[in-house]
Write a new protein. Structure first.
Length: 398
């Protein structure tokens, strides 16, 4: 969802300057579980065009890691997919983006996120197209768009649309421009995850200055995959908009904009809040576990009034980065054992740079440095020896 569609941003160009010049302010949340932590590693501006006179790159709304140093990002309100390489430094900071390619998709939609296609689904697509005598794609990705809404399989090389992943009917009735904003695939390829950005009309009110929004997260099993869990839906409560100094009229926003699967039904949830003032944006990342969550598929509405059915969330991080961070994916492991998170900021309508933000993610307590343990043992041993040498002997007659 690009901020240009919100009246308060479109009528207040000074916010664009804030997005360029604002210093990153980020901190762990107060209830980080068992010492888990997320911290910003760095940021990098992407080019605003591919080549000297190439097509414009804008409105990057979702991002996916394709393995090694390859990434894909989707442009909202367009027919474009961006492929690129990203060099990462030893501490997780982004160093350089290269080999940028824009792929024109078969149809224009309000694309909001992108994910690798599960292998079982890619094989199914290849078999069906081969039987029809159609070209078999070498690389298949999934994208979600919120205007139809739909999850679509695409050929990452030609841009051809290859088919649609069926959505739960509940998601067809959504608030305008507040539909499917997130798309992700479990690491084992058995499940596709998606969610509404804000509460569906039947589930509760839209967010306001003093309240958040309860959204639906859908678990969609991949066909022809062994031991895939059943389809399910979960209720997730997005926090209210952040505190801001009001500058112009307008309503603040808060929604779920990205999901990052960690395996076994555990997800990182990226929330994005926007307000008609300063700071204009805030992001939060929470850890949620769906294994113990209640399946709310049978409930036709009213999720906002059922707090006992909401997924428990453990807030890991929040930050005011000065940009509209709207996409997030899990990247490669870092040398110290932490995982890289790569985010993308939507600059649509603001005139700010296309921005990549990387974060370091650690689950559980920080490992103790073995060298420090050894040093502590040496100090303790030396202290005990000194104590023995300076203490009177129990057999002394003095």
């Amino acid at each position: 969802m690009a901020p240009r569609r919100h009246g308060f941003v479109a009528t207040f160009p000074c916010l664009a300057a804030v997005c360029i010049t604002a210093a990153a302010i980020a901190a762990p949340a107060d209830d980080s579980p068992e010492g888990s932590a997320i911290e910003v590693a760095g940021s990098l501006a992407l080019p605003n065009a591919v080549g000297t006179d190439g097509p414009t790159v804008t409105g990057l709304s979702g991002i996916a890691w394709l393995g090694e140093d390859r990434y894909a990002a989707v442009m909202d309100n367009s027919d474009r997919l961006l492929l690129f390489r990203l060099a990462i430094g030893p501490t997780g900071a982004p160093e350089a983006a290269s080999d940028l390619q824009l792929v024109t998709l078969g149809e224009r939609h309000d694309y909001e996120d992108v994910a690798p296609c599960p292998p079982a689904l890619a094989r199914r697509i290849a078999k069906r197209r081969g039987e029809r005598g159609d070209r078999v794609p070498a690389r298949v990705l999934l994208v979600c768009e919120e205007d139809t809404p739909a999850i679509r399989a695409i050929d990452a090389d030609s841009g051809d649309l290859l088919g649609i992943v069926p959505l739960p009917p509940t998601f067809s009735n959504r608030r305008p421009n507040r539909g499917l904003e997130s798309l992700a695939v479990e690491p084992d390829g058995r499940v596709i995850w998606t969610a509404s950005e804000e509460a569906l009309p039947a589930d509760g009110p839209a967010p306001a200055e003093d309240r958040g929004s309860v959204v639906r997260i859908a678990r969609i099993p991949v066909p022809e995959t062994e031991a895939a869990p059943p389809a399910a839906q979960f209720a997730y409560a997005v926090d209210p908009p952040h505190a801001f100094a009001r500058v112009i009229a307008g309503e603040p926003l808060a929604g779920l904009v990205a999901l990052v699967p960690l395996g076994n039904g555990r997800l990182l949830a990226l929330e994005r809040a926007a307000g008609p003032g300063l700071p204009p944006f805030e992001n939060r990342i929470a850890l949620i576990t769906t294994a113990a969550g209640r399946d709310v598929t049978s409930l036709e509405g009213g999720l906002a009034n059922r707090p006992a059915d909401h997924l428990a969330k453990q807030r890991l991080w929040k930050g005011t980065l000065g940009c509209n961070l709207e996409g997030l994916c899990l990247g490669p492991p870092l040398a110290d054992g932490r995982r890289l998170l790569v985010g993308v900021a939507d600059n649509g309508g603001l005139g700010t740079p296309n921005q990549l933000v990387t974060l370091r993610f650690r689950e559980g307590p920080e490992p103790v440095d073995a060298s420090l343990v050894g040093l502590a043992a040496v100090i303790a041993g030396t202290g005990l020896l000194a104590l023995r040498l300076t203490s009177p002997s129990p057999y002394s007659t003095r």
